[in-house]
Design a protein around this ligand. Structure first.
Ligand SMILES: Nc1ncnc2c1ncn2[C@@H]1O[C@H](COP(=O)(O)OP(=O)(O)OP(=O)(O)O)[C@@H](O)[C@H]1O
Ligand SMILES: [Mg+2]
Length: 352
């Protein structure tokens, strides 16, 4: 392996002190022979962790992305604006755009790759799209409350009134069915309204321990696992208390857990983790299902989006709404081996 010290001095300066994360790797085995400080900083590694290893060994890049990049390099002789998700040492995802060229150092060909970190841009784009969606849902909620819920209450009242009349005793079953259908619609409307507003009876925020909350929910989650003939595993770290609305966070957990169980075949394991990452307390729910199709992934959180026969498609919309009220972010990573939903809660400020 050729060492970085043999590189031309000017090139070495441009490479090492470049603010863009850069790497030089072997063409045949993909091992890093040199990485600059910007790349080490962004990935959270030391130079010794990286040199002589491949991006795959370090878990930085997904195997399918790496194969695709190699295919493009072979067919086009370079890599242009190749956008992928990479993983830092602490497992944090980063959206990067990669450009790469073949270079020759002392007669030997190598690969020079340069990354642009677009994580913040991506996040802002997603936040903007979500806020637009939330604004529309808010406007619809006001209309639904008045124009649909109020007439439904009147209809339900009359049905109950006529159901008691001896003249309709023979049709009582139909009246009961109509009332229960109206109640079902009403429950769906309540879920829809809860995307943008908290339940006024349960809107208090208190300092809570996520681990304690998950322990309270353990019997319900275990019962869900049993019903689906799946397993569940808790990996809970001691994390600082966070300011939350307990009822709403219970709902996020149960909605994500149910989606996880729904996605898995019999015998799958659902892992529920809590950990501290930078200045966030993270709740991660990881399943071993088939993953989420790209077309669905882009629209997650849209009300009434469902691929299930008996789903309403409100579970995630409600989760995103609750997360927004908690200034929390939901990250999704998915592959054909499974999906992980991470909810990142900000640490409580001392004055909260
Ligand atoms: N863990 C997961 N694995 C695979 N697909 C998922 C997962 N979570 C969500 N999805 C996809 O996203 C869609 C929307 O999920 P969401 O929870 O909002 O609605 P739902 O589960 O279909 O219905 P419900 O209102 O009962 O929750 C699901 O139908 C499914 O296609
Ligand atoms: Mg659901």
């Amino acid at each position: 392996m050729r060492s970085i010290e043999t590189l031309d001095e000017l090139f070495l300066k441009v490479f090492m002190f470049n603010p863009c994360p850069m790497a030089i790797s072997n063409i045949d085995d993909g091992k890093y022979i040199a990485v600059n400080d910007a790349l080490l900083y962004i990935l959270g590694y030391n130079k010794e962790d990286v040199i002589g290893k491949t991006s795959l060994e370090l878990g930085i890049m997904d195997n399918s992305d790496r194969k695709k990049a190699i295919r493009l390099m072979k067919s086009q002789g370079r890599l242009r604006d190749f956008e992928i998700l990479i993983r830092c040492k602490n497992n944090k995802p980063i959206h990067g755009i990669f450009n790469a060229e073949f270079i020759t150092i002392q007669g030997q060909p190598y690969l020079l790759s340069v990354m642009t970190d677009i994580t913040v841009k991506k996040q802002l784009e997603q936040d903007f799209i979500y806020l637009e969606k939330l604004n529309l849902i808010s406007q619809m909620s006001a209309g639904i409350s008045h124009e649909i819920r109020n007439p439904m209450t009147t209809v339900r009242g009359f049905l109950q009134f006529f159901m008691q009349k001896p003249a309709y005793a023979y049709h009582r079953n139909y009246f009961e069915l109509m009332i229960s259908e109206l109640d079902r619609v009403n429950a769906i409307i309540s879920d829809f309204l809860s995307i943008t507003t908290s339940d006024p009876l349960n809107s208090a925020y208190t300092l809570q321990d996520l681990q304690e909350l998950l322990e309270q929910l353990r019997p319900i989650i275990e019962a869900n696992a049993l019903e689906k003939r799946n397993r569940m595993l808790y990996c809970l770290a001691n994390t600082p208390k966070i300011m939350i609305n307990e009822k709403e966070i219970q709902q996020i957990i149960l909605n994500l857990v149910r989606n996880g169980f729904d996605s898995m075949p019999v015998g799958g394991t659902l892992i529920i983790k809590t950990f501290l990452q930078e200045n966030h307390v993270v709740l991660a729910i990881q399943d071993q299902g088939k993953g989420i199709d790209k077309a669905i992934l882009q629209k997650l959180g849209t009300p009434f989006l469902t691929t299930k026969d008996y789903g309403t498609g409100l579970g995630l919309a409600v989760c995103y709404g609750i997360a927004h009220r908690h200034r929390a972010k939901i990250n999704v990573t998915t592959s054909p081996q499974g999906t992980t939903f991470e909810v990142h809660f900000p640490l409580a400020q001392s004055d909260e």
